[in-house]
Design a protein. Structure first.
Length: 99
């Protein structure tokens, strides 16, 4: 994650990913590859997009007509949050890499 710097190394120019220092770089550690190629600015954009997606899901839940629709919208938003949090946590070292 740190090798990308502020602006990253550019699309498909990451050395950590192409020299296979990152295991399962196309699935489990996709954020590490993204961080190296697009840097801190790209990570900020990605976090903003996730936040907007989750906020929109919660807004849909707040305006839902039925209890089922409300619970479904919250569950989908929570699923996106959990996936993003666990993936970003494992890549950054905050959470242990499991599974």
């Amino acid at each position: 994650v740190g090798s990308g710097g502020i602006s990253g190394k550019g699309w498909l120019n990451g050395t950590q990913a192409h020299l296979e220092f990152i295991p399962e770089r196309h699935t489990d550690f996709i954020l590490a590859v993204y961080s190296e190629e697009f840097g801190l600015i790209g990570n900020g954009v990605l976090l903003l997009l996730y936040a907007l997606l989750i906020a929109r899901g919660l807004m849909i839940a707040a305006n839902a007509a039925t209890v089922f629709a409300r619970l479904l919208a919250v569950a989908i938003a929570l699923m996106f949050f959990t996936y993003a949090f666990v993936n970003m946590g494992m890549v950054s070292g905050i959470l242990p890499v499991v599974g």
